[in-house]
Design a binder for this molecule. Structure first.
Ligand code: NAD
Length: 476
């Protein structure tokens, strides 16, 4: 067992290279495993955003004047400083959102430095200056980036913005999610310890409608990079239009795992269940709809039941736990409501169900759930649940499978299992930003982002860096 209580009490804003305490109201950060308060952050205001934007604007000319190679070196230092604090990051995130400690170490804490290193490695690959006929086409920083992030992978979500924005020469004001804000402080300290100049990375805590909206409307912010729900992304688009800011949106998903009739069913079940349930299903790219051939449904259901039995739900501090609570009591109510809705809509429950997990009634523990015979237009097949709930839908032929896969407002990621050439053909027809064939590995250098209402813009890899640049053509 590991102690998941953090040692922090009140973590202030971080402006111009130092902590800025406000002395005003605070937002408590609550451990969803037992309801205890682990720390607090300031309930920030528009004035706090003004101060952070002023610091980011002041730091911009100096930072933008450094070379990409210099900035890449500092980003590598940042990755190393975060690497020094892996255990602290893991226990902090485990306490904030209830992530099992093993997942917190290898997913939440270890991925962000790896992302930072991969971005730093791109410094020589970005076309910073190109000759096009009689033009010199150069890429410059956009300016001050406002980054607004969700709670589900708190450090990872900001790192996929921070590292590329810094490499491109931008400065940043970050608003972390109020539910999981504590690693933003660790990140700010790591940036300072890495030698990144004061004012380049600033953090303002607070609520979306106050601090988030102040960032989205601020005339001193040149770009908003947002990760979160589609509903809030739409609101940010509208708000940012007032000053014609660049907007990048990484939004929700309802991704499909399409199983062809010649697939390795054991592999398809193992990977799909892991995708749907990991981090208690609170993953934007979770494959939450398993689309299977009608003729093989019963075999697949038997395999799902057997695979589900291996998932232990329990205390996130326990090394053997695979599924902890969802991130808050509010989230529990929401996910449980969807499970009840699925039953009311006539879907057949084969694993889990509504209600508390026996023996774990004190925390926000959802029963990991699998529904079968889900209609493609059912609410649980259309809306993002953001909890450990997998819906199994059946199809008659390949055409039908593609139609069902494409039948939601979302298009973030997806999967196909089957003979590789056939699977590739299906993958090409899916209206989605990424597709994994036969459980292929995540690629840090491949662009990630949504089609349709899953957003626009790309993170990761070269396109993820170019997202944070302005392009200027100089004719001579
Ligand atoms: P959310 O949209 O409720 O909140 C995200 C952030 O926006 C938080 O920091 C919040 O405080 C802020 N916010 C809320 N209202 C705001 C407003 N009016 N103006 C400005 N900012 C505001 O999302 P969440 O519940 O934190 O996260 C879950 C959602 O995030 C899911 O829909 C999930 O799919 C999505 N997500 C997407 C990706 C991706 O890469 N596409 C990754 C992770 C999560």
């Amino acid at each position: 067992m590991t102690d998941t209580k953090t040692t922090q009490s009140v973590a202030g804003h971080w402006i111009d290279g130092r902590e800025a305490r406000t002395g005003g109201p605070v937002i408590d950060v609550v451990n969803p495993a037992d309801g205890t308060v682990v720390a607090s952050v300031p309930d920030g205001t528009a004035e706090d955003v003004d101060k952070a934007v002023a610091a980011a604007r002041a730091a911009l000319p100096g930072w933008a004047a450094t070379s990409p190679a210099e900035r890449a070196g500092l980003i590598q230092h940042l990755a190393a400083r975060l690497g020094d604090r892996t255990e602290e990051i893991a226990t902090t995130i485990s306490a904030e959102i209830g992530a099992p400690i093993s997942l917190a170490r290898f997913g939440h804490a270890a991925l962000p430095p790896a992302v930072a290193s991969s971005v730093a490695g791109l410094a020589d690959e970005i076309p910073w200056a190109e000759e096009v006929g009689n033009s010199l086409v150069i890429r410059e920083p956009v300016g001050v980036v406002g980054a607004i992030t969700p709670w589900n992978f708190p450090l990872q979500q900001i790192m996929t913005k921070l590292a590329p924005a810094l490499l491109a020469g931008n400065t940043m004001v970050h608003k972390p999610a109020e539910l999981a804000p504590l690693t933003a402080r660790i990140l700010a300290e790591a940036a300072r310890d890495a030698g990144i100049p004061d004012g380049v990375f600033n953090v303002v805590h607070g609520r979306g409608p106050v601090v988030g909206e102040a960032i989205a409307t601020h005339p001193g912010v040149d770009m908003v990079s947002f990760t979160g729900s589609t509903a809030v992304g739409k609101r940010i688009s509208v708000l940012a239009s007032g000053t014609v800011k660049r907007v990048a949106l990484e939004l929700g998903g309802k991704s499909a795992s399409v199983v062809l009739d010649d697939a390795d069913l054991g592999l398809a079940v193992e990977r799909t269940l892991a995708s749907a349930w990991t981090n208690s299903g609170q993953v934007c790219g979770a494959w939450t709809r398993m689309i299977v051939p009608a003729a093989r449904r019963d075999e697949i259901v038997d395999l799902l039941k057997a695979a589900a039995a291996a998932y232990s739900v329990g205390d996130p501090a326990d090394e053997t736990t695979r599924i902890g609570p969802v991130a808050s009591e509010t989230q529990w109510q929401r996910v449980n409501g969807y499970i009840e809705r699925g039953i009311a809509e006539g879907a057949r429950l084969v694993v889990g169900g509504p209600g508390r997990v026996p023996g774990l009634e004190h925390g926000a523990y959802v029963r990991p759930t699998v529904f079968v015979d889900v209609a493609p237009d059912a609410v649980i097949a259309q809306e993002e649940i953001f909890g450990p709930v997998l819906s199994v839908l059946t199809y008659e032929d390949e055409e039908d499978a593609v139609t069902i896969a494409n039948s939601t407002i979302y298009g973030l990621v997806g999967a196909v299992f089957g003979e590789p050439e056939r699977a590739l053909r299906v993958a090409k027809r899916m209206r989605t930003g990424q597709v994994d064939i036969n459980g292929a590995q995540f690629n840090f250098l491949a662009p990630f982002g949504g089609y349709k209402q899953s957003g626009h813009g790309r993170e990761f890899g070269r396109l993820g860096v170019e997202e944070f640049t302005e392009v200027k053509s100089i004719q001579r």
